[in-house]
Each structure stands twice: as structure tokens, then as C-alpha cells.
Design a protein around this ligand. Structure first.
Ligand SMILES: C[S@@+](CC[C@H](N)C(=O)[O-])C[C@H]1O[C@@H](n2cnc3c(N)ncnc32)[C@H](O)[C@@H]1O
Length: 276
């Protein structure tokens, strides 16, 4: 049974039985441990030019410009991405989800205070495998660093497709990627997030092809290289010796090699865009 109620006049939430995972034991930003300085974390993560801020701004500009839309963020942690989006594109309605209700309760006011945002948001805890919205409810769905935690990714993606409108887009990013080399990816999968696994959380590392396969019922699926990492490579390689730079040029001209290089170097170098 769902129960909707208001908290602190800022956020509407729903209590659902799916809140079974002890998300409260995760930090604001996801992993095992206790968050001690929420405002400090926000300050360092969103300082001008930080990867988190740059990436969020790039995605907002690519996917949020234009007429008012309905936006859903899944596995939002404490909701900073949507609140930041709302400062750039305030015309939209933002619905913010996480499995763990406790995250909203503890941190959402701090996030709003940090971004100086006073508007209301709908914050709704539920498991993405069963989304409590009718078909065709949203124009955009964003997920940052949460797909690799899902219990049942196939079911989750089918639910997200259901609640998207035709032509709507699902954008997910900052999920760890395994190399396309079978034995190595098996080792990566085995060791991924052992601390989290020990605490009972779902923790996976998927190959690009596996992430793509979750969206097989979407009409279009794309895996794009995060421009932030391309800029990083350009910046770093300026100081490299001639030989090292030539090797990089060879790797860069070969799509398969370059993909493995990016995965090896950065772990989360891609974002995915699926269109219904
Ligand atoms: C690594 S955290 C990322 C949090 C936030 N997106 C960020 O980037 O800071 C993963 C989040 O996904 C949430 N999550 C895991 N499985 C989920 C599910 N099945 N449905 C909804 N949220 C889920 C967790 O509670 C956690 O807050």
C-alpha cells in the first residue's frame, strides 16, 4: 500500500515496501559508509569546472532545453542532480526517486539550500522495477550511477520505457564499465564493490554491450563518450613525450582500442541515450 504525505513542505514522498534495502547505510552519493559533511560534499562536487558540474550542465543543455517537460530521476540519492537541473531549466516538472526514503528525509533540504532553490519537488521512494506512474508519464528519465545497483535491470528498463512518452529519452551515466576482454571483465565483475556486496547491496559492472542490451525494446540506443574525459585526455597528453603521444594517436584512431583505453583509464567514460 502506498501512502503519500508531505515532508517539511518541500517534498512529497511515498512509503513503499520496496524500501527493503538498507539504503540508509549508504552515503549520500551511494556507497557504503556514513556521510558526515553534506554541505561540504556539495561544495566540492559542484565547484565551478568540476566534472560533476560540467557533465550535469552538458546533459541539461542537450536534453532539457525547450518547452516544459515532465522529468523523472531514478536512484537520485539525495537529489542534487535534479535540483541543479532545475536551476538551469526551471520550466520543467521534476520527479525525484530513490529506493531509500531516508536520503530525501536527511538531505533534501540541505541540497535545496545549497542551490538556493525554494520550489517544490515530488520525491518518491520506490524500486525502479515497479514504477508507480501510468504509461507515457515522462519526457525524460535521468539516472546517474544507479543502473549497476538495480536488482533486475531488464524489468527496470521495461518499466522506464513504459512510463516514457513516445520519443522520450532515457539518459544514464557514471555507471562502471567492464572491459570487452572476457577474462578481464570476469575478474572485474567478481571484485566489483566487494564492500557493498558484503553489506547486501547490489553491485555490478557491465560491459557496454550488456548496458545496451537492457534497452533492446527502445527504438534507438546510443553509447556516447563523455566529452569531459576526451578533454581530460587532450589536457594530459599535451605534457606527454612524442612517443607516448604517437601511441595515443594510434589508439585513438582505432575505435575498439580507444574504447578499452577509456574504460581502463577512467572506468565510467560513457553515457547512454535510449529513445522510446
Ligand atoms: C551510487 S548511488 C547514486 C546516487 C545518485 N544518483 C548520485 O549520483 O549521487 C545509487 C543509488 O541508486 C539507488 N537504487 C539502487 N537500486 C535501486 C532501485 N532498484 N530503484 C531505485 N533506486 C535504486 C540507491 O538507493 C542509491 O541511492
Amino acid at each position: 500500500m502506498r501512502m503519500i504525505r508531505k515532508i517539511r513542505g518541500a517534498c512529497t514522498k511515498t512509503s513503499v515496501e520496496s524500501e527493503r534495502i538498507a539504503g540508509n547505510a549508504q552515503t549520500l552519493f551511494g556507497h557504503a559508509g556514513a556521510e558526515t559533511d553534506a554541505l561540504g560534499s556539495l561544495r566540492s562536487m559542484y565547484q565551478q569546472g568540476s566534472s560533476r558540474e560540467l557533465r550535469a550542465r552538458m546533459l541539461a543543455n542537450d536534453f532539457l532545453s525547450g518547452a516544459p517537460m515532465d522529468i523523472l530521476e531514478i536512484g537520485a540519492g539525495f537529489g542534487d542532480l535534479s535540483v541543479y537541473f532545475s536551476t538551469l531549466y526551471p520550466q520543467h516538472r521534476y520527479v525525484i526517486n530513490d529506493l531509500a526514503e531516508a536520503k530525501f528525509e536527511r538531505y533534501f533540504d540541505i541540497v535545496k539550500e545549497y542551490f538556493k532553490v525554494t520550489r517544490e519537488f515530488q520525491c518518491i521512494p520506490f524500486a525502479v522495477e515497479s514504477i508507480p506512474f501510468p504509461n507515457d508519464s515522462f519526457d525524460r528519465i535521468f539516472i546517474r550511477a544507479a543502473v549497476h545497483h538495480f536488482d533486475e535491470p531488464d524489468r527496470a528498463f521495461s518499466e522506464m520505457r513504459r512510463v516514457l512518452r513516445s520519443g522520450g529519452k532515457l539518459v544514464f551515466f557514471q555507471d562502471p564499465i567492464a572491459l570487452d576482454i572476457p577474462i578481464v571483465s570476469r575478474i572485474q565483475k567478481f571484485f566489483a564493490g566487494s564492500e557493498e556486496k558484503a553489506m547486501g547491496f547490489n553491485e555490478h559492472v557491465y560491459q557496454v554491450a550488456e548496458y545496451m542490451s537492457f534497452g533492446c525494446s527502445f527504438s534507438d540506443r546510443q553509447c556516447k563518450t563523455d566529452p569531459f574525459f576526451l578533454r581530460e585526455i587532450d589536457k594530459q597528453s599535451k605534457n606527454w613525450s612524442g612517443v607516448k603521444r604517437r601511441v595515443l594517436a594510434v589508439i585513438r584512431s582505432h575505435p575498439y582500442l580507444f574504447r578499452q583505453f577509456l574504460i581502463r583509464q577512467y572506468g565510467i567514460p560513457f553515457y547512454f541515450v535510449f529513445t522510446k
